[in-house]
Design a protein around this ligand. Structure first.
Ligand code: BES
Ligand code: ZN
Ligand code: ZN
Length: 507
């Protein structure tokens, strides 16, 4: 899809679908629509074209609500789509609502065979021009993604062009920079989604390694992809233990970004991703119901690869190392068993209480390796626990950190990314939960409670003193039900937040 900024008058713009955004400025729950709908644009022609529709009261401008008008009065556009931005009482448009609204417009157009659309850039003075340009482009590109890639009768309904229409007098350099950034970021997020969407028989650890290397080559990143031998050489017994039951060899994927004229000495960001291409649970096998979903157990790794693609294009002034630990967790005659003890690369011994707690085991060695490669700050992402879904549902992902300053830096990036994370604790009092009677630690907690925290405590043992952020994205990496702005399937969550965090160290 081509997404570009155009300058023209609204009324004279010929387009299949002109998209304009509106807010509901009511204080009340059930608004009097006549009085409260306001376009986020001051163009008089748009005001005239929408007046009767707004007067009818059938449109209340709620978040992602749509109203379509054919042959709108006084406009050259074939159709006018009005997209709502906010619930009553919120009054002002936000860039995060605009991202969703742009996606909603694209997803409205797709099934109706509309191939081209023009989004009218809002004139509201409260909106930052660059962030708004970015949000509109991001929303549009993300909305254009669908996960039906393996349907033999698939009809490609992707939009070919989305123009963003800015008026004269707007700061076009800022908007243009935002639009370009939005395209880069959303393409990176869609790349992550395309990986997560692949079934386990297609996307084996080796294939994930190949796809990462291909992306790295195109993006201009250094890539190394290692197999089982390297795991043995590095003494990654924890990582290897997970993969040993599978006929598919593991892959240790290492991508490196160095800014131009890089001088060693500054911070080095270490991005570590869980890349379980299929999680059966291993010998502690999962129930059959819903097991097919476990192809998305590499979503954390995919998020890191997506973030690297965007980093390569946006070129922050900081070195970034990405380590993805890819393996298939299978039961077999060679699989690890409950009670086995593995010695991790760091030297710590782990009692394997449950072979389904495999994500933390591959990440343990990934974290140690990233530190050995020079990472001074760590972030990991993983579909790590069912417990985080119990705690936070399908809206927020969990975030954990051993360092308040590093967490604050991550949290400030959320204002740009618009992604939702909720901090959970990793206080030392929880350490008892992962104590083993035979080894240094065990890979599950000793009770039913606080499972997401126990997993984070396990990872903390390997981050040690290095500032570290852990993202448990199990509840939000996949959606079964489509949203108005996003297809069902992989969400590509965390790409944007990881990117902002890494960038914030090299601004
Ligand atoms: N991949 C799962 C976690 C998961 C659950 C991801 C639901 C997405 C949706 C992980 O490897 C796992 O199985 N964790 C276990 C840990 C337990 C055995 C301590 C869990 O959460 O049940
Ligand atoms: Zn598991
Ligand atoms: Zn898993």
């Amino acid at each position: 899809m081509e997404t570009k900024l155009v300058h023209a008058g609204v009324a004279a713009t010929s387009t299949e679908l002109l998209v304009v955004f509106a807010v509901n400025t009511a204080d009340k729950k059930v608004p009097d629509a006549k009085a409260v709908i306001e376009l986020v644009h001051s163009d008089p022609a748009l005001k005239t074209a929408t007046a009767r529709a707004f007067d009818s009261g059938e449109f209340t401008a709620m978040s992602c609500e749509t109203l379509l008008l054919h042959n709108p009065e006084g406009l050259a556009a074939k159709r006018l789509l009005i997209v709502g931005l906010a619930a009553p009482g919120r009054k002002k448009a936000t860039v995060h609502e605009l991202r969703k609204a742009a996606g909603t417009a694209v997803r409205f157009a797709k099934p109706r065979r509309i191939r081209e659309a023009t989004l009218v850039f809002p004139t509201s003075a409260d909106l930052d021009a660059r962030q708004t340009g970015r949000a509109l482009a991001e929303g549009a590109v993300l909305g254009n993604f669908d996960s039906d890639t393996y349907k033999s009768d698939r009809v490609d309904r992707t939009l070919t062009t989305v123009n963003i229409l800015a008026g004269n007098g707007m700061d076009s350099a800022l908007i243009e920079a935002g639009v370009q950034e939005g395209i880069i970021v959303a393409d990176a997020q869609n790349f992550a989604r395309s990986l997560v969407n692949e079934p386990g028989n297609v996307l084996t650890p080796t294939v994930l390694g190949r796809r990462a290397a291909e992306m790295a080559k195109t993006a201009g990143l250094k890539a190394e992809v290692y197999g089982a031998e390297k795991l043995h050489e590095l003494k990654m017994r924890s990582f290897w233990g997970v993969s040993q039951g599978s006929a598919e060899p593991p892959a240790l994927i290492v991508l490196t970004y160095e800014p131009e004229n890089y001088k060693p000495g500054g911070p080095v960001m270490g991005l570590v991703g869980k890349g379980i291409t299929f999680d059966t649970g291993g010998i502690s096998i999962k129930p059959a119901d819903g097991m097919e979903k476990m192809k998305y157990d590499m979503a954390g790794g995919a998020a890191m690869l997506g973030a690297m693609q965007a980093i390569a294009a946006l070129k922050p002034n900081v070195k970034v190392i990405c380590v993805v630990c890819a393996a298939e967790n299978m039961p077999s005659g060679t699989a690890q068993k409950p009670g086995d003890i593995q010695t991790a690369m760091s030297g710590k011994t782990i009692e394997v209480m449950n072979t389904d707690a495999e994500g933390r085991m591959v990440l343990a060695d990934g974290i140690t390796y990233a530190k050995n490669l020079g990472a001074t700050h760590l972030i990991d992402a993983a579909t790590l626990t069912g417990a985080v879904v119990v705690a936070l549902g399908l809206i927020n992902a969990g975030v954990f950190s051993n360092d308040d300053e590093t967490y604050a830096q991550f949290a400030s990036g959320l204002e740009v990314s618009g992604e939702r994370f909720w901090r959970l604790p990793v206080e030392e009092d929880y350490r008892d939960h992962i104590k083993s009677s035979i080894a240094d630690i065990m890979n599950t907690g000793d009770g039913r409670w606080g499972g997401a925290i126990n997993a984070a405590m396990f990872l903390k043992e390997f981050a040690e003193d290095t500032p570290w952020v852990h993202l448990d994205i199990a509840g939000v990496a996949w959606i079964d039900k489509a949203k108005p702005w996003m297809a069902s399937g992989p969400t590509g969550v965390a790409v944007r937040s990881i990117l902002e965090w890494a960038r914030s160290y090299g601004a």
